[in-house]
Design a protein around this ligand. Sequence first.
Ligand SMILES: NC(=O)c1ccc[n+]([C@@H]2O[C@H](COP(=O)([O-])OP(=O)(O)OC[C@H]3O[C@@H](n4cnc5c(N)ncnc54)[C@H](OP(=O)(O)O)[C@@H]3O)[C@@H](O)[C@H]2O)c1
Length: 437
Amino acid sequence: MAEALRVGIAGLGTVGASVARVLRDKAAELTRQCGRDIVVTAVSARDPKRDRGIDLSAAKWFDDPVELAEKADIDVFVELIGGDDGPARLSVKAALEAGRHVVTANKALLAKHGVALAEIAEKKGVLLNYEAAVAGGIPVIKTMREAMAGNAVTRVFGILNGTCNYILTRMEAEGISFDACLKDAQRLGYAEADPTFDIEGHDTAHKLSILTSLAFGTKIAANDIYMEGISNITQADIRAAGDLGYRIKLLGVAQRTDSGIEQRVHPTMVPTASVIAQVHGVTNAVAIETDILGELLLSGPGAGGNATASAVIGDIADIAKSRPGFQHAPVFGWPAKELKPYKKARMRSHAGGYFIRLTVHDRTGVFAAIAKRMADNDISLESIVQQAAGPETQAQKTVILVTHETTEAAVRKAVEGIIKDGHLTDKAQVIRIERAE
Ligand SMILES: NC(=O)c1ccc[n+]([C@@H]2O[C@H](COP(=O)([O-])OP(=O)(O)OC[C@H]3O[C@@H](n4cnc5c(N)ncnc54)[C@H](OP(=O)(O)O)[C@@H]3O)[C@@H](O)[C@H]2O)c1
């Protein structure tokens, strides 16, 4: 049998401790599958005394993950610390430069430094595997990187943040407010104490930037993502969406257009009958559309110790099975040096249908003025409905419009005009509609 694969794990929190536990519990199966043992020989975390629910005394302890990456007797460095810089970046860089394979679950790090790290990995002829960084346990990286050669991707989109999907699912199922759902999500451990990163779309954006690079062979451009979170979504939106045959999801979407590539993260209306609309709670899903394959949808657990560990261990097992001298798949599907600069499509050129909810003064002429602003901007309407805004607001009415395909620029101009007309009593709500099968 080949020599054991020696693994060093930096970060022994939710994911790191699960990885160590599963490697121990599944040791015999992994040895049979990989043809060699996989042994954790070194570990690092902040607190050496913390009980992590697993005996790691056989592994050498390092206070400094960079020292582990450089000096430990390991073949693979597994980074599960987190953060887009600091010890995570320094230790991953050090491991790659020392010619060690790296496995990471760190989307923030890859979104910021992925291309630079990929260049080092490819120069050194080692693997940089990161299946757990996007959609947790769902094997979307391998699918896009290795199983879709020759396919030209036209669009990739997904539910990439379990916290947001959990909140939107409960808002719809139970009719409760965003704030109440968020508090519950925090109590149940689905949302962080500071949830901004999740609910305002940053986490989805990091993951989307990686998928965009894999889909289109472009350099990662995490700073070029249009981003809106879900904190403005109200029960009125959820109910109106349901009445119109839609469900609201926070989607990350990357799409090739005539003027470049769109990368956007925002609340989106998808048809209730579509497959992605059936993805509930903390579950994640990624849809990939290509010229040869058509549409593929992968869905499954996007976070949590075991689900994430499953992806990390798959990456480690791939390294255990790889043979010296064998050419590895490039980190982002194309050799890092061949990744093209990202050409951004302007958000104002985005074409699609729109849902617009307006709360207006209940007076004559408002309805007609709104319709005129739409017509002036060449926006054709699929429907326009006027409703009472609720018993406590008799002086107001709600107008809900659904447009046929138009542009972001036209919608923004029309809404600006309606605001100027002075008919609104509240902020206009605009939600993009996404085509989905
Ligand atoms: N949790 C998930 O469901 C999930 C899903 C997908 C991807 N990920 C990614 O996986 C990574 C780890 O997430 P997690 O949830 O496991 O985080 P976590 O529970 O906060 O664990 C972080 C670990 O890193 C250690 N650490 C922090 N600073 C360190 C330093 N300077 N030197 C050495 N160790 C240090 C901590 O040590 P102490 O324990 O001693 O404090 C802790 O063990 C992140 O990149 C995250 O984005 C997580």
